[in-house]
Write a protein that binds this ligand. Sequence first.
Ligand SMILES: Cc1ncc(COP(=O)(O)O)c(C=O)c1O
Length: 395
Amino acid sequence: MNYKKFFPYFSNSDITYLDNGATTQKPQSVIDAELEYYTHYCANTHRSNFGDANKATTEYEETRKYLQKFINAKDSSEIIFTKGVTEAINFIASSFAKNFKTVIISSLEHHSNIVPFHMQERTLGDGLEVVGYKDNFTFDFEEYENILQKNPNSFVSITHISNAFGTIHNIKKICELAHKYDSYVMIDGAQSLAHKKVDVQDIDCDFFAVSGHKTFAATGVGAVYIKQELLEKVEPYQTGGATIKTVTYNESTLLHSPYKFEAGTQNIAGVIGFKKALEFIDNIGYEEIEKREYRLYEYLQNELKKIDDVVLYNTTKDSISNKSFNIKGLIHDDVGILLDKQKIAIRVGHHCTMPIMEKLQIKGTIRVSLAFYNDFDDIDKFIVALKKAIKMLKD
Ligand SMILES: Cc1ncc(COP(=O)(O)O)c(C=O)c1O
């Protein structure tokens, strides 16, 4: 199936787009839904009481209900819209995690899941613990349990799928162990929903952050799932319009979740479009998405292995989308420039994961990141361009 035909970017561009880990393309249905909102019923939500305002509120809330079912949350009050995963993590870090003596992360975290904890003046060994990995970036469960044993009642914040290496963490096991030691878990799901089914009740996580723009929806939209039992324990991160029941000059009383957490006018069009992105995924189905992506990933890995001097950073089969490598003797930036000249869009650099790059004693990698609409032809074009770039740089 040619899924690219549903994404207008591909008919308007001759770029081979392999940078889906940074952001995905948007299907026409998402674009149409946003255009429809702006051209036919542009009004604010949860405030005014006229036709278009009520329609905007209804459509906005429909996305909440859809996302609730999509990730199998118990109730729609557990879904709070944010502008993305970064905001979701900052929110939970400052409204809940700040109360814990220790925060535990993995060594593969994105800066968005590190910096908010540094802002709380946590440093390695002093409020922040980092779980290492075994071969091929496999999460070190022994070390994790040791850390939990020494630091019960901690806050664990871990990525589901590594944006740099494609490693898939066993988040169900991570949550199970954390709960054994009275700890809470937030999952950074920025790289999840575009590739894998998420069931928050089955995973039994306490928080799960999702990114709209990495899931075929607009930029500036995302959400965080907060387990029902914790909704009263999490403080609002921001307050203001739309969060309150009553305000006097003396005091304010807040609404219940999700409204108390969504201060100010939200990205209404973005949220409305997000539902279309999720519907798009549902229409294809995760089984088909995973099957396609695993086949592409394997093909890409095999083709890369055939290239002289390639250094692959993760060779497990159980990884998805993001494939990082280097070419011995070449600077990743130079390769990136020559690929760009050949109309191949990939990302080179540290991928917002500087600590793991430092640990590997490299400045960065060349990363190809796939989505279900990519095909073998994209990979072939990339490999041809890569070989040409290598030849130019080595000769
Ligand atoms: C693993 C991971 N976490 C967090 C983020 C930040 O997500 P957002 O752009 O939705 O704020 C990214 C984006 O690259 C990511 O890959």
